[in-house]
Design a protein around this ligand. Structure first.
Ligand SMILES: Nc1nc2c(ncn2[C@@H]2O[C@H](COP(=O)(O)OP(=O)(O)OP(=O)(O)O)[C@@H](O)[C@H]2O)c(=O)[nH]1
Ligand SMILES: [Mg+2]
Length: 357
């Protein structure tokens, strides 16, 4: 899972990046056009339990990759404009974490979260618009010359053009990510987004809730938007502490868990990902999968041979496995099921793929 952290200059992106990646110190990257990358292991108590049970040679969790995308317009321009090079990186993200500054800062002045949010949103819509406009021009010309095969793309591009022209994001237009004709453009305004209110330390819960409500109202017609808030400064500090000290700090802030864990969970929900496991003595491993995928597709994420030569899947849910105490015991009580290629994988399934190539 690859997530890009975006936002206006000084909105706290790098601070959020540190909070999410465990406090990796990165040097001042102002003026750099390459995003910093941080890879985070997704902690999962189920994986820990399975590892404890099998004592495998290798334990492999799911990984999340974060990109700290450099400041938008960080060359001191008053105009917020994202350079094409930065946008090219942003396009590779599966979803965006959009940092919204809700703390006053000496550099950027009083917090202006709604207009900041809209400025970044407009920038992405504009950038997608430029792509659609260019492509539309080209495809129209070719279609006029009699290329019938372009009819579908042409009609989709026209629809996308109209939406963007009205200043709306392509998130409201499912073909933008579903159609083979469009998804290759990796439209920014179509990406699922986690709006992350960076509240700083002085905002009350009521103030944060009010902003959340306002953002929810603005985005009410859009699918794939989640809203959350954090105090990035404090969370970046927490991410550097030992587990014990972090717990103490979190209790003080009346938080159940750190942003690192919470944001990963929210991102999984936002992208509709689930986790299944493969387990044995050589390796216990967690795999991420789009919810609604079949057993044969899941086999393909493990190995293409498994998809090609798929025979069946032996499936036991983590809860049943744990309750039974072992795979053999789960077999005895009839909790290990034989499933065919169309079985839909569920979160927490432990799977043994039988295949023959
Ligand atoms: N008060 C307060 N300040 C914060 C918080 N988060 C970040 N800052 C400060 O805001 C300034 C900018 O933070 P960064 O994380 O560097 O922001 P950025 O979005 O990465 O900035 P660019 O990369 O230049 O676009 C720094 O001085 C941070 O210390 C916060 O939660 N509260
Ligand atoms: Mg930064």
């Amino acid at each position: 899972m690859k997530l890009g952290i975006i936002g206006l200059p000084g909105s706290g992106k790098t601070t959020v990046f540190r909070a999410l990646t465990g406090g990796i110190e990165i040097t001042d990257r102002k003026g750099h056009l390459e995003p910093a990358l941080g890879v985070v292991k997704v902690s999962d108590p189920r994986l820990d339990w399975l590892a404890d049970h099998y004592k495998p040679k290798k334990i492999t969790p799911v990984h999340v990759e974060y990109m700290d995308i450099p400041g938008v317009g960080s060359e001191g321009k008053a105009q917020h404009s994202i350079s094409d090079k930065i946008l090219a990186h942003t396009r590779t993200a599966e979803a965006l974490v959009h940092c919204i500054r809700f703390y006053d800062s000496a550099m950027s002045g009083a917090a202006n979260p709604i207009s900041d949010y809209k400025a970044v949103e407009d920038e992405m819509i504009l950038s997608d618009f430029a792509i659609v406009e260019k492509r539309l021009e080209r495809v129209s010309k070719d279609a006029q010359k009699g290329r019938k095969d372009l009819a579908e793309e042409l009609s989709l591009l026209k629809e996308a053009y109209e939406i963007l022209e009205q200043g709306k994001p392509l998130r409201i237009f499912p073909p933008a990510v579903e159609s083979d004709k469009l998804k290759g453009f990796a439209f920014l305004s179509a990406k699922p987004q986690l709006l992350l209110i960076n509240s700083g330390e002085n905002k009350t819960k009521a103030e944060i809730d009010r902003l959340r409500t306002e953002l929810r109202e603005i985005t009410a017609d859009q699918p794939n938007i989640t809203i959350d808030s954090l105090n990035a400064d404090a969370e970046a500090e927490i991410a550097r502490l030992s587990e014990e000290d972090a717990r103490e700090f979190l209790d003080e802030l009346e938080l159940e868990e750190g942003a690192k864990e919470r944001i990963i969970k929210k991102s999984f929900e936002l992208l509709n990902y689930i986790v299944f496991f493969t387990a044995g003595e050589p390796e216990v491993r967690a795999w991420q999968l789009q919810n609604g995928m079949s057993a044969v597709k899941a086999a393909g994420t493990v190995h293409s041979d498994m998809e090609r030569g798929f025979i069946r899947a032996e499936v036991v849910s983590y809860d049943d496995f744990k309750a039974a105490g072992s795979l053999a015991a789960a077999h005895k009580v009839g909790k290990v099921r034989l499933e065919g290629r169309d079985y839909l994988i569920k979160d927490g399934d432990i799977i043994l793929f039988r295949f023959n190539v």
